[in-house]
Ligand binder design. Structure first.
Ligand code: ZN
Length: 229
C-alpha cells in the first residue's frame, strides 16, 4: 500500500472533476488515498436575476455533484458556488484565497486541476488561482500539481490557446473507467449523445487512445506542472 498522499481535485464547474480525472480519483480512492474535490463555479451560467426554477436546477446540480463524488469514492466535495463562466469578474486573489484556505484545512500532497490552454476561460482562471494558492513556501503541503484535459474544452482550443496541453503523466485506469462513466451519468444535464466529446462512447475512446500510448487498455493523461521530492 502506498504512503497516504491526500489528493485535492480543483475544478471550475460541476462535471469537470469527473471528465478530467474521474477514473484516476476512483483508482486512488480504491488504493486507500483520501480524495477531496473542490468545485468553484456554481454550474449554471450566471444571470443578473434568478428565479425559482434556477434555484431548483442549482440544487439538483449540486446533489448530482455529491452523487458523482460518491461514485468515484471521494471523501467529500466542497461547492464554492462562484458565478459560473464569470470567474474573470472576481479578483484573482479572492479565488486563490478560497483554494488556499481549503489547502490549509485538508493538507493535500497532490493537486489535480485544469490546464490553462482550455477554451473555457474559467478553466484558465482556476489553473492560475491554484498556482497562487500553492506557492511552495516553507512547510507548504502540496508537492505535486497535475493538469487534466476536459473533453469539449481542451481539444476545442485547437492548439490556438497557449500553452497547448502536452500530457506527460499517464494513469492506467482499466479497472476504474466504469466508475468514471457512472459518475458522469449522475450529471444527466451535462452528458451528451455520441459523437459529442462528453458522451460515454467518446470518453471510452479517449481513455483507449491514451491507454494505447502507454501499453494498456485505458488511461487518463495529465501534464505535470511541478513535482517536489
Ligand atoms: Zn468547465
Amino acid at each position: 500500500m502506498p504512503a497516504p498522499e491526500p489528493v485535492l481535485v480543483v475544478a471550475a464547474h460541476p462535471d469537470d472533476e469527473v471528465l478530467g480525472c474521474g477514473a484516476t480519483m476512483a483508482r486512488l480512492a480504491a488504493e486507500g488515498q483520501a480524495v477531496h474535490i473542490a468545485i468553484l463555479g456554481e454550474g449554471i451560467t450566471s444571470r443578473s436575476s434568478r428565479d425559482d426554477s434556477d434555484a431548483k436546477l442549482l440544487r439538483r446540480l449540486h446533489q448530482q455533484a455529491e452523487a458523482a463524488a460518491l461514485k468515484v469514492g471521494a471523501k467529500d466535495v466542497v461547492l464554492f458556488k462562484l458565478p459560473d463562466n464569470r470567474l474573470d469578474t472576481l479578483p484573482m486573489l479572492e479565488v486563490a484565497k478560497l483554494i488556499e484556505d481549503l489547502i490549509q484545512k485538508l493538507r493535500p500532497a497532490v493537486i489535480y486541476t485544469h490546464h490553462p490552454g482550455d477554451l473555457n476561460l474559467d478553466h484558465g482562471i482556476v489553473h492560475r488561482a491554484v498556482l497562487i494558492a500553492t506557492r511552495p513556501v516553507l512547510g507548504h503541503p502540496v508537492r505535486q500539481i497535475l493538469t487534466f484535459e476536459v473533453p469539449s474544452s481542451t481539444e476545442w482550443a485547437f492548439q490556438k490557446i497557449e500553452p497547448v496541453f502536452r500530457p506527460n503523466v499517464f494513469v492506467e485506469v482499466s479497472k476504474t473507467l466504469d466508475a468514471k462513466i457512472a459518475a458522469l451519468a449522475c450529471y444527466d444535464s451535462e452528458t451528451r449523445d455520441f459523437p459529442h466529446p462528453r458522451s460515454e462512447q467518446t470518453l471510452r475512446a479517449i481513455a483507449t487512445r491514451w491507454g494505447s500510448i502507454i501499453g494498456c487498455t485505458a488511461a487518463e493523461s495529465f501534464e505535470l506542472v511541478r513535482s517536489i521530492r
